[in-house]
Design a protein around this ligand. Sequence first.
Ligand code: HEC
Length: 148
Amino acid sequence: MSRVARTALWVVVVLLVGFGAIQLVPYGRDHTNPPVTAEYQWTSAEARTVARKACYDCHSNETVWPWYASVAPASWLVARDVNSGRDHLNFSEWPEGSAIVTKAIGARIAAVVGEGEMPPLQYRLLHGEARLSDAQRQVMVREFGDTP
Ligand code: HEC
């Protein structure tokens, strides 16, 4: 074997072993969804449909985990998005009965959706159904009021 071929083989072996080794990292492997304790009470069924398609994977306890969520390092990125997404906003654990809280959270939702910041770009690239049309964005903005 030539020197170049031997080096190339080594690189491949090291990459494969490395890829195998990172699969053993526990972070991001637990895909058990917590229970839905208090789902946000949607006014518009249409808005709920949009949110379930475009938001619930990161902002609810009903995450549908894609296959690549089981393969490191993609699994780490997905886990980070879901954990952080749920921390910021969780449609499955809506703060109880407070119209004021709903108004405050709703204003943020209307703002990020209206400006096209949510769902995030990496998610839109992988989920065609989450690329919202202007009409779908309007449905969400209307659900949560127009006031940013
Ligand atoms: C791929 C996961 C993912 C999806 C899908 C997603 N989000 Fe988020 N969202 C996040 C993460 C992570 C954060 C917290 C970090 C940040 O602000 O970027 C967040 C933050 C937010 C916040 C808080 C922002 C603030 O500054 O107050 C709101 C509101 C929000 N998202 C609304 C939505 C809505 C509405 C949808 C659906 C139209 C959606 N998101 C879809 C991951 C996601």
